[in-house]
Ligand binder design. Structure first.
Ligand code: 8X3
Length: 275
């Protein structure tokens, strides 16, 4: 990472565009986009605080980050559906690092692809608790620290499903529409304070997402990616790093990111498909 020009009264003022000296928090960091984002942020110079329910996987991640990047990385167990767990996580992070500059609200999931008529209500509740309440609570608890940092940034993981609904996606889409609404509201609420607010809205990304959505059914999950070149978790991590390494006055509001084989929430070009 290097420097970039911020033009003040027509003069180029060199500004650092890496994360050196800054602390980034990543939720849902045990796999997929969260994991790769934690690694990418550390490569960009951030110290990272990671949380997830599967804490054993986080120990391996923090070791890898420390070994590969030399940045500080620390993990705490985190279940974003539990207010107590979030409180303990935030206390741990702030106690350990003393400050927080970036919050990546990545924890989220889809459960099921059933229509409303036959949908599983427990799945609906879990999606709402994780994708909406979890993100709200994390954000609420960390806003004071992000403001105090003097250069804070909230990055919410939305989805193309927050822009277009599809059959079988009612509640998942509703949670991602909610993330979009929350992100916009936050941008209004934090206007005038040193906190940027970004949403990164991916289309199809090949991670454990579909395996989780189909409750562990790998044949159903693999069909999702059949014949397309999906995005990878690294592609999205790259977008997040781009957003958080712009100069402090540059707010990337929203990025909708899809594979070249995707043109809408349910519009794909599949190799070998007959129609
Ligand atoms: C992106 C996944 O399949 O709902 O969040 O578009 S999908």
């Amino acid at each position: 990472m290097g420097t970039t020009c911020a033009y003040l009264k027509g003069e180029c003022v060199e500004m650092a565009i890496d994360g050196r000296g800054k602390v980034a928090v990543v939720t849902g960091a045990s796999s997929g986009i969260g994991r790769q984002t934690a690694i990418a942020l550390a490569r960009a110079g951030f110290d990272v605080a990671v949380g997830a329910r599967r804490k054993e996987r986080l120990a391996e991640l923090t070791d890898e980050i420390a070994r590969e990047t030399g940045r500080k990385a620390h993990a705490w167990a985190l279940d974003v559906t539990s207010a107590e767990s979030i409180d303990a996580f935030v206390q741990g992070v702030v106690g350990h690092f003393g400050r927080v500059h970036v919050l990546v609200n990545n924890a989220g999931k889809a459960l099921g692809r059933d229509p409303v008529e036959t949908g599983d209500e427990a799945d609906w509740q879990e999606m709402l608790d994780t994708n909406v309440m979890g993100l709200m609570r994390m954000t609420k608890r960390l806003i004071p620290h992000l403001v105090a940092s003097g250069d804070g940034h909230i990055v919410n993981l939305g989805s193309i499903a927050g822009h277009e609904s599809y059959a079988g996606g009612s509640v998942y889409c509703a949670t991602k529409f909610a993330v979009r609404a929350i992100t916009e509201a936050l941008r209004h609420e934090l206007l005038g304070k040193p906190v940027r607010v970004t949403s990164i809205d991916p289309g199809m990304v090949e991670t454990e997402f579909s395996l989780v959505r189909f409750h562990g059914d790998s044949s159903q999950a693999s069909k999702v990616y059949q014949g397309v070149r999906p995005l990878t978790a690294d592609d999205i991590a790259d977008c997040i790093v781009f957003a958080v390494t712009r100069p402090a006055h540059v707010n990337i509001d929203q990025m909708i990111v899809t594979s070249i084989d995707q043109a809408g929430a349910r519009v794909f070009h599949r190799q070998g498909a007959t129609s």
